[in-house]
Design a protein around this ligand. Structure first.
Ligand code: NAD
Length: 286
């Protein structure tokens, strides 16, 4: 039976560390603050928002939701984000994407303060992630994968890691975070030839394609670590990952489940970024 890499274990370990940080901040008169900027009310955003608030408030982070109608103009949203940037009680900002079509994300990404940009929207943070500069805020999901591997003692240095997916939300930044940790990274995508073989050769396989249960037994090999980032619905309307868990789990050494895997760690990384930003404001970290 494979080792089940449960997100809850990672979340609890991170919580221990973060509570100490928040205590230190409180001792310096600071309550870390998160701003969630949401345009409209998509059910997925609301669900993530509830999870993020619960996680953050459980750590002593004050959360404020800035909700705007879908009809907000681009200029009005820019003005609002600038006010949030300037608010001293806010140390981290999350802006839900995609934004409505009439709002140009390529403009908004420059408006959010890069120092408070908790989920790597601002190009300054993107560049830092790609340079391997750890003072940048990586996107929460790829960093959650790294937290998971670290927690379960999986050292990626020198290992063959294959990632399925090359989005800017998961695949590409994740490849950079793992490269920084000395992994030998292969990125696969829709045009990759011999996908199954490439995945099979990996020592660590990370699925972030957004295709329900696409990773079947023929993609994996004995001794492999499999991390499932996908969040999809199966044919019965149940939440599932990119990995066909029933078929893959008996064949590999370790596997993360969906639900209860990487997804649950993402909001802990968000909290970690808010706390780091608050500590940076005090000059306690860079
Ligand atoms: P995306 O659609 O932007 O990118 C998917 C990538 O996978 C693309 O690069 C594409 O080339 C590749 N791909 C798709 N089908 C493929 C196939 N059949 N073979 C090979 N490559 C293929 O998606 P995304 O935003 O990167 O998200 C990926 C998955 O991760 C989704 O299921 C999403 O819901 C999930 N996700 C989870 C979290 C979390 O918190 N755990 C956060 C973000 C995204």
């Amino acid at each position: 039976m494979a080792l089940l890499m449960k997100g809850s274990e990672v979340v609890n370990a991170m919580k221990e560390r973060m509570l100490k940080d928040v205590e230190e901040l409180n001792g310096n008169g600071i309550t870390p603050g998160l701003a969630i900027v949401r345009v409209g009310a998509r059910p997925d955003d609301l669900s993530y928002e509830r999870g993020a608030i619960k996680r953050c408030e459980g750590l002593g982070i004050k959360c404020r939701v800035f909700e705007y109608p879908e009809t907000i103009t681009q200029q009005a949203l820019i003005d609002e984000i600038r006010k949030v940037n300037d608010d001293n009680g806010i140390h981290g900002i999350l802006i839900f994407r995609p934004l409505p079509k009439h709002i140009d994300e390529s403009v908004i990404k420059y408006v959010i303060s890069h120092e408070k940009d908790a989920d790597c929207l601002n190009p300054v943070n993107v560049a830092k992630v790609f340079e391997g500069d750890e003072t940048g805020f990586a996107p929460c999901t790829p960093e959650a994968v790294v937290e998971m591997l670290d927690h379960f003692g999986i050292n990626v240095a020198g290992k063959k890691v294959t990632i399925i997916g090359r989005s800017m939300v998961v695949g590409k930044p994740l490849s950079m975070l793992l490269l920084k940790k000395h992994a030998t990274v292969t990125i696969c995508h829709t045009r990759t030839k011999n996908l199954e073989e490439t995945c099979k050769e990996a020592e660590i396989l990370i699925a972030a394609a957004g295709k329900a249960k696409m990773v079947t037994g023929v993609f994996v090999s004995e001794g492999q670590v499999v991390v499932d980032v996908g969040i999809n619905m199966d044919e019965n309307g149940n939440l599932c990952g990119d990995v066909d868990f029933e078929k893959v789990e008996p064949l590999v050494a370790s596997i993360s489940p969906v639900p209860g895997g990487v997804g649950s760690v993402t909001t802990s990384v968000l909290a970690k970024h808010v706390i780091r930003s608050a500590k940076r404001g005090l000059g306690l970290v860079w």
